[in-house]
Design a protein around this ligand. Structure first.
Ligand code: SF4
Length: 202
C-alpha cells in the first residue's frame, strides 16, 4: 500500500473516533497531518489551535503563515514536507498538551513517522522537542536546539536526526519584544536550513 493510503487508513480507521485521551471532548476535527506522504522532512508541532480544530489542517492561521514564510526562505514549499502535531485534538484554551495526552497520542505519531520515513524530523517547540529527544521536562528549546539529537523508535525501527527549533507561535507571542522575536525567527530559519541540508545528504 502506498504511503498516502497507509496514512489515510491510519487516520480514518484509528484516528477519527479516537477517545484515548480527554482531548477528544473538544474535537471538531481531528488534525491528523498534511503534506507529502513521502517527504524527506517531517515537521512536528505541539497540538491544534482553534483554527486548526475548525479546519482539520495543522499550522493554519498566523503561526502557519509564519511557518510558510520560513519555508520560502529556505526554498521549501509546504507541500514538500509533511506536517503534524504531537496531539491530534485541540487542548482547551490552546494550552500545552499534558504529558499523559502526549503519551496517549504518541502511537499515532510514531506510526505516521514510520510510514513517511523522513530523513530528518523538525520538532517545533518544547513539547515536541523534549518528547522526541527523550529529554526531561525542564530542558529549554534553547538548550535542545544547540545539541544534536536522534529520533529512535524501538518498535518501528525508524532512526533519523532530530532538529529542535522554536514554535512559530513563540515568535508571535514575542511580537512586543522585537529583539526576542527576531532572534527566534532567525533560529527557526537556520534550523530549517539545517534540516534541508541533512535531508539532501550534505
Ligand atoms: Fe486520541 Fe490523540 Fe485525540 Fe487524544 S489527542 S483523543 S489520543 S487522537
Amino acid at each position: 500500500m502506498a504511503a498516502a493510503d497507509r496514512l489515510e487508513h491510519l487516520r480514518d480507521a484509528r484516528g477519527m473516533g479516537c477517545t484515548r485521551c480527554p482531548l477528544h471532548q473538544n474535537r471538531n476535527h481531528l488534525v491528523f497531518g498534511t503534506g507529502d506522504p513521502e517527504a524527506a522532512i517531517v515537521v512536528v508541532g505541539e497540538g491544534p489551535g482553534d483554527l486548526e480544530n475548525r479546519s482539520g489542517e495543522p499550522f493554519v492561521g498566523p503561526a502557519g503563515g509564519l511557518l510558510d514564510g520560513m519555508f520560502r526562505r529556505v526554498n521549501l514549499a509546504r507541500g514538500d514536507v509533511y506536517i503534524c502535531n504531537m496531539v491530534k485534538c485541540r487542548p482547551p484554551g490552546n494550552r500545552n498538551p499534558e504529558p499523559e495526552e502526549v503519551a496517549a497520542c504518541a502511537p499515532f505519531l510514531h506510526l505516521q513517522l514510520a510510514i513517511v520515513q523522513p530523513r530528518v524530523i523538525v520538532a517545533a517547540g518544547g513539547v515536541a522537542g523534549r518528547y522526541l529527544a527523550g529529554e526531561s521536562s525542564d530542558s529549554s528549546v534553547g538548550y535542545l536546539r544547540n545539541h544534536d539529537w536522534m529520533y529512535r523508535h524501538d518498535v518501528t525501527g525508524l532512526e533519523v536526526p532530530l532538529v529542535v527549533t522554536y514554535h512559530p507561535s513563540y515568535v508571535l507571542r514575542n511580537r512586543h519584544n522585537p529583539e526576542t522575536a527576531k532572534r527566534a525567527a532567525r533560529a527557526i530559519r537556520d534550523d530549517l536550513r539545517k534540516a534541508v541540508r541533512i535531508a539532501s545528504g550534505d
